[in-house]
Design a protein around this ligand. Structure first.
Ligand code: GAP
Length: 464
């Protein structure tokens, strides 16, 4: 039994927005022109953190498995893919406009209960912002449209993919034939997706351009519910064991019948308790044979599977664990953020898992004097091949420690005047701020051992 969930403070998102900008994790897109809604750029540390998130997912979903193949498909696909999948007719949100003073747009299903006006004229209780009258909801398709080739007409209209999954379904036969796989097996893909969200927000939680990591696991009909349970369990454990997310802040929520997508018979969300409440981190859906079935029907191609043992042909069922890189990114920051007091001063520290931290080892000469900087630089250069390192000689040592704590660097090495005599350095650990003196000759092994200790502490923190 893990500890009860703790509601993060409501102002945490604002604190993260400011930390991410200041330290170089996330910048508003096109900021010098006033930005653009729900689009962000990732700075030097953000890029490293995202790369580590992808790497961890890829390792667990592809490299460590013998039953999952990778694929990379195009963002723009033949529009018939989206007609067949149901996205052209059904990938929409109900939108209400405020006709009062604020003129805001609302997703009808985000309005408080009594204001909902599903299929009815504007609700008397009106706009939550200004009290104005709301229009009746109309369906708004979330797919971004563009044109292929020089002529902008309906024949050349295409879409930016709203999910990476369809690229996998339309390649099912290609992968099956190329790899001669037998069921059950999966196909995994990571890449950008685009949705013209009506109510994006909460920083990088809901974006218009985002990155998904999806895996479609093809199995025999009748085994799908067992595989659904298997993947719900495996994915939930991954957050705790591999990413160090606190188990107490996670839960599995089963969709009820009304909530299920048209293609699904069972879906569970892995949810996290964000500053704005419980929210979807990852979805695990039983998509049945819906996608392969509709693509077979619309394309006229045979997308069935021949089971030699049972001497029968059928369309496989699919279990889909699907998550966004950006969603994991915000989850890690919320989960890792902490404030404590050190020598009467507030310290911000990110308890990031050592395998995810953008910098694992910071090398800091005690002062800017060349006599310290040159050997410290050499040490950093030597360590670079083994760890994610950073060299920093700016500001006072205290400020540099604070910066490393804030960006979640688990270990910092200080090269001081004694180092010139004893050829040893100090390793400072982020969480407990303990310091040990280690000969430079043993540094690589000592750091590897300390990072192992950090992994154990991350596991203990995650399991509560
Ligand atoms: N293929 C199924 C699918 O796309 P989804 O629940 O719409 O299902 C899967 O998306 C995951 O992608 C979500 O759990 C979330 O992690 C991420 N995601 C979806 N929409 C997003 C958005 N607008 N911004 C950031 N991440 C998003």
């Amino acid at each position: 039994m893990s500890a009860p969930a703790i509601q993060p403070p409501a102002d945490l998102i604002d604190k993260l927005v400011s930390l991410c900008k200041q330290r170089g994790f996330v910048f508003p897109s096109s900021e010098i022109y006033g930005g653009i809604g729900a689009l962000y750029d990732f700075g030097p540390l953000g890029v490293r953190l995202r790369a580590n998130i992808r790497k961890a997912w890829w390792k667990s979903m592809v490299e460590e498995r013998d039953d999952i193949e990778p694929i990379e498909t195009s963002i723009i696909m033949n529009s018939r893919v989206w007609e067949a999948s149901g996205h052209v007719s059904g990938f929409s949100d109900p939108l209400c406009d405020c006709t009062g003073t604020c003129r805001r747009r609302w997703r009808e299903d985000n309005l408080p209960g009594e204001r909902r006006a599903r299929g009815k004229p504007a609700d008397a209780s009106g706009c939550p912002e200004c009290g104005g009258v709301l229009t009746a909801p109309r369906q708004f398709n979330l797919m971004f449209k563009t044109f292929i080739g020089p002529v902008e007409d309906s024949a050349s209209q295409v879409y930016l993919r709203p999910e990476t999954a369809q690229g996998i379904f339309v390649n099912f036969s290609n992968v099956l034939n190329a790899t001669r796989r037998r069921l059950p097996f999966g196909i995994a893909q990571n890449g950008r997706s685009f949705r013209n969200e009506i109510s994006p927000g909460n920083f990088v939680f809901r974006l218009r351009e985002f990155e998904q990591m999806e895996m479609e696991f093809f199995c025999e009909p009748g085994t799908d519910l067992d595989w659904h349970t298997y993947w719900c369990d495996a994915r939930l454990r991954w957050y705790v064991e591999s990413l160090g997310v606190r188990e107490s802040q996670l839960r599995l929520r089963v969709h009820d019948q009304k909530e299920l997508s048209h293609y699904s018979t069972a879906t569970s969300d892995i949810e996290y308790l964000y500053p704005f409440g419980w929210g979807e981190l990852e979805g695990v859906a039983d998509r049945t044979d819906f996608d392969l079935g509709v693509h077979a029907q619309h394309s006229g191609r045979d997308l069935s599977y021949f089971d030699t043992a049972g001497n029968r042909r059928f369309i496989p069922y699919v279990i889909e664990p699907a998550v966004g890189v950006d969603r994991i990114f915000i989850t890690l920051l919320v989960d890792a953020y902490d404030e404590d007091v050190v020598r009467d001063e507030k310290r911000v520290v990110m308890h990031l898992h050592p395998d995810l931290a953008p910098v694992q080892v910071a090398v800091l000469p005690l002062s800017k004097k060349a006599i310290l900087c040159e050997p410290a630089r050499r040490i950093e250069r030597d360590l670079r091949r083994h760890f994610a390192t950073e060299y920093d000689e700016t500001q006072s040592i205290g400020k540099r420690y604070r910066r490393q704590d804030e960006i979640g660097t688990p270990l910092a090495i200080t090269f001081d005047f004694d180092s010139l005599e004893d050829n040893a350095v100090t390793i400072r650990e982020r969480d407990a701020m303990t310091q040990v003196r280690v000969p430079v000759a043993n540094l690589q092994t000592a750091l590897a051992d300390q990072l192992d200790d950090c992994r154990k502490r991350a596991a203990a923190r995650a399991s509560g």
